[in-house]
Design a protein around this ligand. Structure first.
Ligand code: CA
Ligand code: CA
Length: 265
């Protein structure tokens, strides 16, 4: 028996217990979005427990090093003494890019004496979690307000996935417009009612059309006419006075007369 107390069988048994890496098991992680990061764990698996001082070096490759994950190059990793598994974390950087799943390879090298690399690499997967955004928009109700106020109707456009940046959509408005507002209106009460009623609908312009049936004032209105009502002349003057215009002409395709008022002129 040697002076050390170990015989050949002891040395042989010790050699048989030298740890050998038998697997490098990478994880699958969901990528996440900017600026989040996600740990991807690689388990360095040994067939026998590591001893104090056992180390390997690790490097990463695959996907876009430094962008998709924090790259490692020949980084020494101490194996956990007495353990058969040593975890090693690679930091995955989230992004908002629509892309395929990506693979990260962890490669082991330069084991310390007594450590054998039966397996020297393993793969992990970054699962892309970005898709083509679907767009929706909500409904908005606002109170129109009074002259001369204007009211802002704020619509919210929602995406199902975060925008990458640079995407645009075209929006258009439809519905009530100044030109579409048609208000039945009695001759003689034109301006006061029009200004108060319509400006809240369109903050920039208003148009309306007034028609009569053409027979002219009734007999019982004669007194009113004689008392100062001058019909169209008064209406036009009041339209101009408030900054609008008044157009008068025959009703298209029919009999009678039409009066169109627009504000501002
Ligand atoms: Ca993402
Ligand atoms: Ca992505």
């Amino acid at each position: 028996m040697p002076a050390s107390g170990r015989d050949a069988d002891d040395v042989k048994a010790e050699l048989l217990r030298l740890p050998a890496v038998t697997a490098v098991q990478g994880a699958t992680v969901v990528e996440g979005n900017t600026p989040s990061t996600t740990p991807m764990t690689f388990d360095i698996v040994l067939d026998n427990p590591a001893k104090a001082g056992d180390t390997v070096q690790v490097s990463t490759s695959g996907a876009t090093p430094g962008t998709d994950y924090v790259a490692l190059t020949n980084v020494p990793v101490p194996l956990i003494p007495g353990a058969t598994t040593t975890p090693l974390i690679v930091t995955v950087n989230g992004d908002n890019t629509i892309e395929a799943d990506e693979q990260v390879t962890l490669t082991l090298s330069n084991p310390s004496p007594g450590v054998v690399l039966d397996v020297s690499s393993g793969n992990g997967t970054i699962q892309n979690d970005d898709g083509v955004p679907q767009v929706s928009i909500d409904d908005v109700t606002v109170k129109e307000g009074d002259v001369p106020s204007t009211i802002t109707a704020s619509f919210t456009v929602l995406l199902t996935d975060p925008a990458v940046g640079g995407e645009t959509i075209t929006v258009d408005t439809a519905g009530v417009t100044a030109a579409e507002v048609l208000i039945g209106f009695a001759l003689g009460s034109l301006l006061g009612a029009v200004i108060g009623y319509v400006l809240g609908i369109s903050p920039t312009a208003v148009a309306m059309r007034i028609e009569d049936d053409g027979p002219g004032p009734a007999v019982d209105e004669t007194t009113a006419a004689r008392s100062g009502r001058r019909g169209i002349a008064d209406m036009r003057a009041e339209a101009v006075a408030c900054g609008g215009t008044l157009d008068i002409g025959p009703v298209p395709g029919g009999s009678g007369m039409a009066v169109s008022f627009r504000w501002p002129a």
